[in-house]
Design a protein around this ligand. Structure first.
Ligand code: HEM
Length: 371
């Protein structure tokens, strides 16, 4: 898993360095959201299905495999349909008539996505049948492991269950991680002192003779503070996933009957002025030396249904952001601050996708050339 993430992050750094080298001024204008989404999706695709071998030769613009690209297209279709408000949210009778064709569009997009996942599983099954995918545990794809389990417990590990597990990994893990990284880079571009401090920490801890590795992350305390502060200000699942009370209870004096749908507003809790000093300001230092202990931070939820991908997400974020900070100088496009407006949707996207100027750091050019 870590090897898959590291290799996708290397590919992202290589692509950014090439783009900068191709520019006469040595700095490339990049739309970071796209790069960040691609690296998250590719890392998960390699973990789930190991599609690397089918990567298109000479696809200079992207390091995604054709499978990852196809899946991205299906998400591009589905996500806006799910996140938007529909007239039937206000007038339920419209649901029966599907006035704007939303229901049909969702069903068509979901059935295309399911057909794709089925093909992914069949391809892995064929590979296993041909004697492939029998490497050590670290090398096996998630689908290969599940297909192995299917041989002994077919009634549990059905193709439908495997499809659902793949789907959950992709839908819960890509947009959330990519959006957090995009907010973090936006905050750093508007706070160049924090960016410089992160670069100084990186130089002192990792140096400039090699690329950041996952085992460096525990020693990069300030980078971790930046990630925590980003998740505080812009939690990518701001209202959590709806929960349901399993029994009558009383919370803060309110009676909650059994079976009530409950949303937890993490976004408001993270900005509560009675708990956080200067809650709207970006201050990564507030997380230094356990200073925030006892305060409510819940970007990954809490309790039994807490996000199971937390450790993976933090590792991906550490490697992605750390590599961007270690290898490149970052500048805003023009003199204006980066627009921090929030868009609508399930995962608190930026209203205006982040664009930035990226130039390899002189001390890292030899490392980047060797990627
Ligand atoms: C910055 C990245 C991420 C954030 C902020 C995040 C946040 C969350 C939150 C808030 C929930 C709902 C918890 C609740 O309702 O109590 C959740 C659920 C979930 N997340 Fe994540 N997540 C992230 C990345 C990931 C990744 C990388 C994966 C796996 C590849 C993942 C897999 C899941 C799954 C499977 C659930 C449903 C758990 C359940 O219902 O029992 N997440 N996540």
């Amino acid at each position: 898993m870590t090897a898959d993430i590291a290799s996708e992050v290397r590919a992202m750094a290589r692509r950014l360095a090439r783009a900068a080298a191709a520019d006469p001024g040595g700095a490339a204008l990049v739309e970071l959201k796209r790069s960040l989404f691609e690296v998250s999706l590719s890392a998960l695709m390699e973990t789930v299905a190991q599609t690397k071998t089918s990567r298109a030769e000479g696809a200079e613009d992207t390091d995604m495999s054709p499978e990852a690209q196809e899946f991205k297209e299906s998400l591009d279709e589905i996500v806006p349909l799910l996140g938007g408000a529909n007239m039937w949210d206000f007038l339920p009778v419209l649901r029966w008539f599907d006035v704007f064709g939303v229901r049909n569009k969702i069903l068509a997009a979901v059935s295309r996505r399911d057909a794709f996942l089925r093909r992914l599983i069949d391809a892995q099954r064929r590979t296993l049948g041909d004697g492939g995918g029998e490497g050590d545990g670290e090398k096996k794809s998630m689908i290969a492991v599940l297909l192995d389990l299917q041989k002994t417990e077919p009634e549990i590990y059905t193709d439908m269950v495997i499809m659902a597990l793949c789907m959950t990994m992709f839908s819960a893990g890509t947009e959330t991680t990519a959006t957090t990284a995009e907010w973090a880079m936006s905050l750093l571009l508007n706070h160049p002192n924090a960016l410089a401090k992160a670069q100084a920490e990186m130089d002192a801890t990792v140096g400039t003779t090699r690329l950041l590795r996952a085992d460096d992350l525990p020693r990069l305390g300030y980078l971790h503070c930046i990630i925590s502060e980003t998740l505080r200000l812009y939690p990518p699942v701001p209202a959590m996933i709806p929960h349901e009370s399993s029994a009558d209870c009383t919370v803060a004096g309110y009676h909650v009957p059994s079976g009530t749908t409950l949303l937890v507003n993490a976004y408001a809790i993270h900005r509560d002025p009675s708990a956080w000093e200067h809650p709207l300001e970006f201050r990564p230092e507030r997380f230094e030396d356990g200073k925030t202990e006892g305060l409510f931070m819940m970007p990954f939820g809490m309790g039994r249904r807490k996000c199971p991908g937390e450790a993976l997400a933090l590792r991906m974020l550490g490697l992605v952001l750390g590599t961007l900070v270690q290898c490149f100088h970052w500048d805003r496009v023009g003199d204006d601050e980066v627009d921090m407006g929030e868009g609508g949707g399930l995962t608190l996207p930026k209203a205006v996708p982040l664009q930035a100027m990226c130039r390899p750091r002189a001390a890292m050019t030899h490392v980047l050339r060797g990627l």
